[in-house]
Design a protein around this ligand. Structure first.
Ligand SMILES: Nc1ncnc2c1ncn2[C@@H]1O[C@H](COP(=O)(O)OP(=O)(O)OP(=O)(O)O)[C@@H](O)[C@H]1O
Ligand SMILES: [Mg+2]
Length: 239
């Protein structure tokens, strides 16, 4: 069965200016991601994982080559078009959660919806469903400082998922978590991936989460060293 292509990079190369010259962080990356994938990007520090996710997320532009996200060439988007793509179709999860400290769980999760044209009632339903899906209804009125790291990351997942984006990009989502919370986060992401067919692309260093990957892309010095189906765990009941 042909799967819908969600993201495609062609000869993607990224140079950063350093000193008088330039540093090549990504070189000739050709990757295709399909709808519903659950893919981890691994590789040593400095291999280009964050740079790749930022470009797929239209937070940064390629120096050469092309990146197509949901049929749109990212390098050709205006600032406003890129912002629109991010706000409607992409969810982001960061290593350090990036929650707004003065806002409650409810308000943090609601935040991305304020940019969309929804009624207050539609927002409320979406927020409650997202918070429920990460198991944090009892913490709805808590603020980030009153939550554990694992709970903060679950709020960040709810915030990324609340608009039911086509793609969730997560940069080292478990880097600050202990083993138990890391497993919980991956299980939550896996559940949402299966339920909504959201494409998850995340970077990780974390051996504990490798077992959850269905596809593992290994970067080395800005190049794809390996791209393999992983699927160690049982996926049969899916679909
Ligand atoms: N804005 C920038 N200017 C110059 N060099 C940069 C910039 N951003 C990243 N780099 C360089 O590009 C390379 C890849 O960086 P990147 O952050 O993508 O690595 P990473 O694989 O995410 O590493 P880590 O596992 O440590 O997060 C690194 O050598 C980094 O120093
Ligand atoms: Mg990184």
């Amino acid at each position: 069965m042909d799967k819908q292509i969600i993201v495609q990079t062609k000869r993607l190369t990224k140079h950063f200016p350093v000193g008088g010259g330039q540093f090549t962080a990504l070189r000739d990356i050709n990757l295709t991601f399909s709808k519903g994938e659950f893919t981890g990007v691994v590789g040593p520090s400095g291999s280009g994982k964050t740079t790749l996710l930022n470009i797929i997320g239209s937070l940064d532009a390629p120096s050469e080559g092309s990146v197509t996200v949901l049929g749109k060439p990212v390098e050709a988007l205006t600032h406003k078009q890129a912002a629109d793509l991010r706000c409607r179709h992409l969810g982001f999860i960061f290593q350090t959660y990036n929650l707004l400290p003065v806002y409650t769980v409810y308000e943090n999760v609601e935040f991305p919806l304020l940019l969309l044209d929804l009624s207050a009632k539609e927002r409320e339903e979406a927020v409650l469903q997202a918070v429920e899906s990460v198991g944090l209804m009892p913490k709805l009125k808590s603020r980030p400082a009153q939550l554990s790291g694992g709970e903060c990351q679950r709020v960040a997942i709810a915030r990324a998922m609340v608009k039911k984006p086509a793609i969730v990009l997560a940069d080292e989502p478990t880097a600050n978590l202990d083993a138990e919370n890391s497993h919980h986060i991956l299980q939550t992401m896996e559940k949402l991936n299966t339920k909504f067919q959201t494409t998850f692309i995340f970077s990780t260093h974390d051996d504990k989460v490798i077992q959850y990957l269905r596809r593992k892309i290994t970067l080395e010095d800005g190049e794809v060293a390996e791209d393999q189906e992983a699927g160690i765990r049982d996926q049969e009941e899916e679909g």
